[in-house]
Write a protein that binds this ligand. Structure first.
Ligand SMILES: NC(=O)c1ccc[n+]([C@@H]2O[C@H](COP(=O)([O-])OP(=O)(O)OC[C@H]3O[C@@H](n4cnc5c(N)ncnc54)[C@H](O)[C@@H]3O)[C@@H](O)[C@H]2O)c1
Length: 378
């Protein structure tokens, strides 16, 4: 059984799919791992570390790489590599199937089994393979660090002989994994933290972290969570009431972190241009949803925007800015998934296609899109 890791196709990507630690474990389990030279460089993993872990390091995408049983990636692999990769290969990565379904169909034609890690079901057994959680947690932390660095004042209250500095007011919108880490980080820095979400379960979580919960708590709010624990798309009426509440609150905030997502849909706009214009000069917003269209009307993916003295950070993927930790956790998630599909005695593939995890993340097989999201009526 041979597993390959290549340098990521996306030039902005800093992460790598396997770390030297995970390679070591896979090799000690009897698997062969091939690493493309330099693929771990931005995560501070050298070729030497991979070699010491037992991997074969190769400069080129050789025939040996192309005959791999498994290719693991962080983001979608290069189409040109897929075209040459053995048809029987398994490809594991974050395929982003919601964003560009047509492109997914193109990928399918090569006949590989494509597994998309970000579709991992939110069940207890799959927690150790949950790449959304491992990456969002880091993103929430880094968004607060970067916003506070951009903010031209101190965060905690400081009482000095020369006068008192008021603590910064930090507002977190969307309290999933990223939002919870953002609250915890903002609290550690000494900010006065408030947070909002449309799922009622988050109220208690926000309060347990010492922040204040702010939301329109009507009947729709009480039922606003899917069985899978995700947010539902809210009605127009609810969104209007929520906008009013947020507008009143946001005027007084110094730093706002937005993390609101709805699986399979465009991110909801939570902050309009008008709302930005009511904010104080020097305030900072970090929009973590720009890859999904953004929570801030005027945010731009991959760019920082300055509007009326307010800075809006549009970093596309904050986890990428902590590549060593992000790669390490991603690699652990991938390794746990490899454990699921490789029999640990024979070291051969052993995939149960009726398993909830496999059904949840298998995008295509045998040249067909097989995931439930592509079936008629979904
Ligand atoms: N394995 C597990 O059991 C597991 C792992 C991770 C997360 N989860 C759960 O999954 C759920 C989703 O977490 P996530 O981080 O993936 O969420 P997410 O990234 O999909 O969304 C982020 C947050 O945005 C919120 N949101 C959506 N629309 C909003 C709006 N209009 N206004 C304000 N907030 C809005 C969502 O409710 C969510 O809390 C949570 O309940 C989380 O605890 C479970």
């Amino acid at each position: 059984m041979q597993i390959s890791v290549l340098t990521e196709h996306d030039k902005l990507e800093t992460r790598v799919a396997l770390s030297p630690d995970t390679v070591k474990k896979l090799v000690s389990n009897g698997l062969n791992v091939i690493i493309q030279s330099g693929c771990g460089q931005q995560s501070n993993y050298s070729d030497q570390q991979y070699e010491n872990a037992g991997a074969t390091v190769t400069r080129t995408i050789s025939d040996k790489v192309l005959s791999s049983d498994i290719l693991v990636t962080v983001k979608r692999p290069d189409d040109k590599v897929l075209a040459k990769l053995s048809k029987s290969a398994i490809v594991i990565g974050q395929m982003d199937p919601y964003v560009n379904p047509a492109e997914m169909e193109e990928y399918t034609k090569y006949g590989h089994q494509l597994f998309s890690m970000e579709l991992m079901p939110r069940i207890t057994r799959a927690q150790s393979m949950d790449v959304l959680s491992s990456q969002s947690n880091l993103a929430g932390y880094k968004a607060v660090i970067d916003s506070t660095a951009e903010y031209k004042k101190a965060i905690p209250m400081m009482m000095t002989a020369a006068g008192t500095i008021a603590p910064a007011k930090i507002f977190i919108m969307g309290v999933g994994v990223a939002g919870l880490q953002a609250i915890a980080t903002a609290r550690r820095l000494g900010g006065i933290v408030t947070a909002t979400d449309v799922r009622p379960a988050t109220k208690e979580q926000v309060e347990s972290l010492g922040a204040k919960f702010i939301a329109v708590e009507d009947e729709e709010f009480k039922a606003a969570e899917t069985a899978a624990g995700y947010a539902k798309e809210m009605s127009k009426e609810y969104q209007e009431k929520q906008t009013q509440l947020v507008s009143d609150h946001i005027k007084n905030q110094d730093i706002v972190i937005t993390t609101a997502l709805i699986p399979g849909r465009k991110a909801p706009i939570l902050i309009s241009k008008k709302m930005v214009e009511t904010m104080k000069e020097g305030s900072v917003i970090a929009d973590l949803a720009t890859e999904r269209g953004g929570n801030v009307e005027i945010a731009q993916p991959g760019k920082n925007v300055m509007h009326n003295g307010v800075t809006i950070l549009g970093t596309e993927n904050f986890a990428r800015l902590l590549p060593t930790d992000a790669s390490n956790l991603y690699a652990q998630n991938v390794m746990k998934f490899l454990d699921e599909i490789i029999d640990n005695e024979t070291q051969q593939l052993s995939i149960n296609y009726d398993d909830e995890i496999i059904k949840g993340i298998l995008i295509s097989r045998g040249g067909k899109l097989v995931h439930p999201m592509y079936q008629k009526g979904d």
